[in-house]
Every structure is written in structure tokens, then in C-alpha cells.
Design a protein around this ligand. Structure first.
Ligand code: ATP
Length: 292
């Protein structure tokens, strides 16, 4: 278990992270979302032991990451660019990684490169952006570290490479007990992938929930009336959108009476729609946590 306890991080005079309290369980995928500059990268870098907390601690299996450097072998941070590796070729990188990560699985590394048709990579700087992103992921999972922290792993990639990367991450987690923490602006991608979602706002954890729980909280209903939604009902629902007479509403799952009232007003249209993660953020935070 990876625990973040009372983590505050100041950079200069700015308090970037404010008393973060989080737990990442083995074998899970956690999505970290929040607006630009909210502190996602800083959080991941501090979790990996690259940055030092100003207050609080990061514990891996109850061992403080900063006080026990060996623990860092089980934490890999993958930045959103692979610039640090660009002057090396894969052979040189393997040599380096074997020194840093004693569990590094060289056979698996080359097997994965082969699987993604990247056998002869040459220098990393000569790879395309998508290939670099894949290479960084392959490298991270080949370390056999227990926790992989990914900063915007699909940012700026085409849809085919994105799908390949998401499938790869899901496959790795399904096959082993590895845990993945992903920072992303892409709620649709996280929705398909994450077990757990953490929303950062103003440097703090605004909301934190299991994906299943999250989706059980609301119903999304498309409804239209001859005139308008009666005022006393309008006040009780969350309006996601309105187009002509057609409203898309969010209603709390438990609110059966409200749904009955909506039906009693003889709607011209009443249809339940599938709920997305983005809808829930709009409901919870007025869309404030979401920046696409
Ligand atoms: N080395 C640094 N020096 C000064 N300020 C920094 C440094 N690193 C981060 N910050 C500040 O900390 C805040 C959080 O930055 P961070 O990169 O963690 O946000 P983020 O949520 O990952 O943003 P984005 O979604 O745009 O990648 C920002 O205000 C940023 O300017």
C-alpha cells in the first residue's frame, strides 16, 4: 500500500499541495484529475520521492520513501516527455535501469519492444512522439516496480497510439499486482481505465471515490415538456444542458420521488441516458475540476 499522509509541498512562496491524504492499493488504477497548474505533476513527483515534502510523508508498505531510499525501487515516475533519455539507445538505458531497479526484467523489456515493433530503436531522440511515449511505458513496466506513476501518458498522441497505450496499461495491471497512478485531463480515458478517481482543486483533494460508487450516485435523464419544467422541480434538479424544450438533467439516484414528479407532469419525452464521469464532475464541482 502506498500512503500519502498530510502532504504539503511549497515551491518558493507558493503552497502547491495542501495537506494531501491518499492511499493507493495494490493492483489498482488511480486517476488524478484537476485543472492546469493544480499540482498533479508535483504530487506524482513527490510520491515518487523525487521532490521532498515540505510537511507530511510518503509511505510504501509503512516505510518512509525519503528515509529508506531502497523503497524507491518500487516507485517509477514516468514524465510526460522522455527528454532525459533522448541521447541514449535502448541498450544503454537497460544498463542504467538495471543498476537503479534491481528487479528490472530485461527479457520482458525486449519482449515488449518486439510486441510493439520497436526492436531496433537506436537513439531515443530519433523515435516519434508516440514511440517515445510507448518506450517510456515499456521501460517503466519492465522495472517490475510495484507502483508506476504516469504523468499525462497519452497527451498529444494520435488516437491509435492512445488506444494502444491504454490497452497496454490495463493489460499490465490485469496480469500482475502492479498499481498505476495516472494524471490526466482526459476523463473519458480515465473512465474506461481507473478504479479510483482523485480530484485536486486548489492544491487539495476535493473529491475521492471508487468509480463504481461514483456512478451509482446519479441518474442522467433527458426530458421535454410542452412548455417548461415546472419551477418547483427545476429547483431540485441539476441541469446539464438545454436545447429547445429538451433538458438533460442529473438527479440523485436515491431521489425516486423527484423522478416520479417529473413523470407525473406528463413529459413529451422522458429517457434515461448513460452517465459519464464528466457529467458527475459537472454535478459535483460545476465543471470546475475539468479542463479538457
Ligand atoms: N520548479 C518549479 N518552480 C516554481 N514553480 C513550480 C515548479 N514546479 C511547479 N511549480 C508550480 O506549482 C504549481 C503546480 O504545478 P504542476 O506542474 O504540479 O501542475 P499540474 O497540475 O501538473 O499542471 P498541468 O496540468 O498544466 O500539467 C504551478 O503553479 C507551477 O507553476
Amino acid at each position: 500500500m502506498l500512503k500519502i499522509e498530510g502532504l504539503t509541498k511549497r515551491i518558493g512562496s507558493e503552497k502547491v499541495l495542501n495537506h494531501i491524504q491518499l492511499q493507493v492499493k495494490p493492483g489498482t488504477i488511480t486517476g488524478i484529475v484537476g485543472r492546469n497548474g493544480v499540482g498533479k505533476t508535483t504530487l506524482l513527483r513527490t510520491m515518487a520521492g523525487i521532490l521532498k515534502p515540505s510537511e507530511g510523508s510518503i509511505l510504501l508498505n509503512e516505510q518512509n520513501v525519503l528515509l529508506n531510499p531502497d523503497v524507491k525501487q518500487d516507485l517509477v515516475f514516468v514524465p510526460d516527455t522522455s527528454d532525459a533519455l533522448k541521447q541514449y539507445n535502448s541498450k544503454e538505458i537497460v544498463k542504467l535501469y538495471k543498476k537503479i531497479y534491481p528487479k528490472f526484467d530485461e527479457v520482458y523489456f525486449y519482449e515488449l519492444l518486439n510486441r510493439f515493433s520497436m526492436k531496433n530503436t537506436g537513439k531515443i531522440r530519433n523515435l516519434s512522439k508516440g514511440q517515445k511515449a510507448l518506450f517510456s511505458l515499456i521501460l517503466a513496466f519492465a522495472t517490475k516496480a510495484a507502483y508506476i506513476l504516469l504523468d499525462e501518458p497519452t497527451d498529444g498522441l494520435d488516437v491509435i497510439v492512445k488506444k494502444e497505450i491504454l490497452r497496454f496499461i490495463a493489460g499490465e495491471v490485469a496480469e500482475s499486482e502492479v498499481s498505476v497512478v495516472i494524471s490526466s485531463h482526459r476523463l473519458d480515458e480515465l473512465e474506461a481505465l481507473a478504479d479510483h478517481i482523485v480530484v485536486l482543486k486548489g492544491g487539495s483533494v476535493e473529491t475521492e471515490m471508487e468509480m463504481d460508487q461514483l456512478k451509482q450516485q446519479y441518474r442522467k435523464i433527458q426530458v421535454a415538456y410542452e412548455y417548461d419544467i415546472p419551477d418547483q422541480l427545476k429547483e431540485q434538479v441539476q441541469i446539464l444542458s438545454k436545447s429547445g424544450r429538451v433538458y438533460v438533467l442529473l438527479v440523485k439516484q436515491a431521489d425516486d420521488i423527484l423522478v416520479e414528479q417529473l413523470l407525473n407532469e406528463e413529459p413529451l419525452l422522458f429517457e434515461e441516458l448513460p452517465l459519464s464521469l464528466e457529467d458527475i464532475f459537472v454535478a459535483k464541482l460545476g465543471g470546475d475540476a475539468y479542463a479538457s
